[in-house]
Design a protein around this ligand. Structure first.
Ligand SMILES: [Zn+2]
Length: 307
């Protein structure tokens, strides 16, 4: 079965400054690792240009014009303490969104069965009116709106297995019953949101907070309630906010997954997606900051997507 890999080298020009954990090497090691698969079932594609009206569905108009004016012509510009723009960020941030749109079109047109977007910057901390936590545009939120608008879907599920709560995605869809947002994350922890009692105004948010030190079997068991909620919601498409920073070697958090756990987790999501939505899955990179753990974990994630 075929899996689309959507990426471009414009991510190299999104410079976050020296010593920043969210740097270009992250995507470079993933691409090198996946090229080594030498699989003819991996379909490599570049993000296409897209109509920026879709950005306006996820973000406030004033926020978008502020961002447009913040791309520096030289040097770096800080949107917050750790969200940084460089001259190349304009193209990279747009291509990160273009990647999920290209991936969705490819799955809907059956060019490939599912897809993974190897992008930066990540997106799930970006709120409707605020850049935050390395994120400028909420890539996955634009993807979900694109499915609702362009393909007239009625129900889209987002599963966010990044170790941090996707406060941005929750913020954008908090009152939207067409989108189910599910997140497992270390809690209490950055960004502070993600308590179990944050359920969305239409009961369309499920937060699974996990304590520091959570082990693989506890993490995977926590997904039982997630799968129950998904089955009840019956999504027509599943989007994955694929962060790999719940790995035991990740320097930014304290959950103890092994690389191969991402194979098991992905497999379980795939099995359910077969039953629920004709296997339609698009996954997009969020966090993951230990380069070796990141490339191995993405490798296991893609191995499962390919099967
Ligand atoms: Zn993260």
């Amino acid at each position: 079965m075929k899996t689309g890999i959507i990426t471009t080298d414009t991510y190299l020009n999104h410079n976050t400054g020296q010593g920043h954990p969210e740097n270009a090497d992250r995507v470079t090691v993933i691409i090198d690792h996946l090229k080594n698969f030498k699989s003819k079932n991996l379909i490599w594609k570049k993000p296409k240009k897209f109509d920026h009206k879709y950005l306006q569905l996820a973000h406030d108009k004033n926020y978008l014009s502020d961002v447009q004016e913040s791309f520096p012509s030289q040097g770096l510009n800080f949107l917050d303490g750790d969200t940084i723009l460089s001259p190349g960020s304009k193209e990279a941030t747009s291509d990160a969104v273009g990647s999920i749109i290209t991936a969705i079109d490819g799955v809907m047109n059956k060019d490939f069965r599912n897809a993974f977007c190897a992008v930066r910057p990540p997106g799930h901390h970006a709120e409707r009116k605020k850049a935050m936590g390395f994120c400028v545009y909420n890539n996955i939120a634009v993807g979900a709106y694109y499915l609702l608008e362009k393909y007239s879907l009625k129900k889209v599920a987002i599963i966010d297995f990044d170790v941090h709560h996707g406060n941005g995605t929750q913020n954008i869809f908090f009152n939207n019953e067409k989108v189910l947002y599910i997140s497992s994350h270390q809690y209490p922890y950055y960004p502070g949101s993600g308590a179990a009692n944050e359920k969305g105004s239409k009961d369309n948010v499920l937060n699974i907070p996990l304590t520091a030190g959570t082990q693989s079997h506890e993490f995977l068991n926590a997904y039982d309630s997630i799968f129950k909620k998904l089955k009840k919601f019956k999504p027509e498409f599943i989007l994955l906010s694929a962060g790999f920073d719940a790995h035991k070697d990740d320097p930014l958090a304290q959950i103890n997954l092994e690389s191969k756990d991402y194979y098991i987790l992905t497999k379980r999501i795939m099995t359910l997606s077969e039953e629920l939505c004709d296997e339609k899955i698009v996954s997009i990179l969020e966090g993951g900051y230990d380069l070796n753990a990141l490339k191995e974990s993405v490798g296991f994630h893609i191995k499962s997507l390919l099967e």
